[in-house]
Design a protein around this ligand. Structure first.
Ligand SMILES: Nc1nc2c(c(=O)[nH]1)N[C@H]1C(S)=C(S)[C@@H](COP(=O)(O)OP(=O)(O)OC[C@H]3O[C@@H](n4cnc5c(N)ncnc54)[C@H](O)[C@@H]3O)O[C@H]1N2
Ligand code: MOO
Length: 340
């Protein structure tokens, strides 16, 4: 089906695959595109690229070329919010169209990669991605593969559709409850409000209102209830989450009617985190670290809530592996292992 011929004899023949040129530090890319008709002047260039021979193909029934294979895998795997490139050197790259939460069905991805000659690689699931962010790539390993392999990929993708998707964020009205006697009585300036507001707005939601309360359960309960009555679709309470006698926030969230999903999360920073629901309003208790650490449990969980997911206790218990932040001098989150 496929034979090699010396490049000198290939003038006038159609190139069957992209040919790559690499000059370290200067260039890494396509020198010749699939489909190019080889000209007399190409012979010397091809020889310089180390191509003394090239493939001429006589494709048999039942085999699929690398470019078409990669396109078919990408089209089968992706759902909404994702676009794909044309094949380059046999690889198709997928990128997000919208800002949202990347979701990968990891079990289905594992099954796809277990198929001979197929590779499909993605970023980690459950992370926020921006528009035009490259999130996945696919190719086959040889120049062509049996069509049965591609059929198998397409079958798995249909069964688990979509294997890769970007869920857009909802825009929620967020109520902010800032706890602590020291802040309430003006002994120190509130540093939590601006941080939470910044993060909420960056995710496309808005802060409805911020209420400052002392370390007092009835006052904190009233603030939570008032905000929900005013239309808050999510509540963020800050401070007072750990072990001091004045740490009343978890008790207040419970007393306000919160059904607790978790108090405690296997993540550092952010261990003393609480997630509860009052009706269908998520209520988050954020510990002090979220005020000064760039990436915390907030960044792992809030994007999932905004993408419309109901976060369960099992979602938290799974965070332990990767839940320990490296504490890099310059934070590169989400381009690191935190929460992955
Ligand atoms: N023995 C223990 N010590 C600590 C524990 C623990 O479990 N046992 N937990 C640690 C963890 S984890 C965290 S995080 C911090 C404190 O978390 P809290 O959420 O309880 O924070 P607070 O006690 O309310 O405040 C700590 C610190 O931050 C200042 N603060 C709080 N809110 C504001 C605000 N809105 N603006 C400015 N500054 C604020 C507060 O004044 C305190 O200085 O505890 C560890 N220790
Ligand atoms: O909730 Mo605390 O970090 O683990 O900062």
């Amino acid at each position: 089906m496929m034979k090699e011929i010396p490049v000198q004899e290939a003038v006038g023949r159609v190139l069957f695959h992209d040919i790559t040129r690499i000059v370290p530090g200067e260039f890494d890319g396509r020198a010749f595109k699939k489909g190019h008709i080889i000209e007399e002047s190409d012979v010397a260039k091809l020889l310089k690229l180390g191509k003394d021979n090239i493939y001429i193909l006589d494709l048999e029934e039942g085999f699929v070329h690398e470019n078409e294979s990669a396109l078919r895998i990408a089209k089968a795997a992706i759902g909404e919010g994702i676009q794909f490139s044309e094949p380059v050197e046999g690889k198709v790259t997928m990128s997000s169209i919208t800002r949202g939460l990347l979701k990968v069905n990891v079990a289905a991805l594992d099954r796809i990669n277990a198929i001979d000659e197929i590779v499909l690689a993605t970023l980690h699931t459950n992370q926020e991605v921006l528009p035009r962010k490259q999130i996945a790539g696919t190719r086959i390993i040889p120049l062509f593969t049996e069509e049965d392999n591609i059929h198998e990929v397409e079958m798995i993708c249909r069964e688990h559709y979509p294997v890769i998707t970007v869920k857009p964020f909802r825009s929620l009205k967020v109520g902010l409850v800032t706890t602590g006697n020291e802040v309430f009585h003006g002994r120190i300036e509130d540093k939590f409000g601006p941080v939470v507001r910044g993060k909420v707005e960056e995710l496309g939601s808005t802060v409805l209102r911020q209420i400052l309360v002392s370390d007092n359960v009835p006052m904190t309960v009233k603030a939570i209830r008032d905000l929900i009555d005013e239309g808050a679709e999510m509540i963020v309470a800050t401070g007072g989450m750990s072990v001091d006698p004045d740490d009343r926030t978890p008790a207040s969230i419970r007393a306000a009617g919160g059904r607790v999903v978790t108090y405690g999360s296997p993540t550092f920073p952010g261990a003393m985190f609480m997630l509860a629901y009052i009706g269908d309003v998520p209520v988050i208790g954020l510990p002090g670290c979220a005020m000064y650490r760039k990436a915390t449990v907030f960044d792992l969980i809030v994007p999932r809530i905004l993408a419309g997911e109901t976060v369960t206790r099992a979602d938290f218990t799974g965070l332990g592996h990767g839940g320990f932040c490296s504490g890099c001098i310059e934070c590169r989150y989400p381009n690191c292992g935190f929460g992955k």
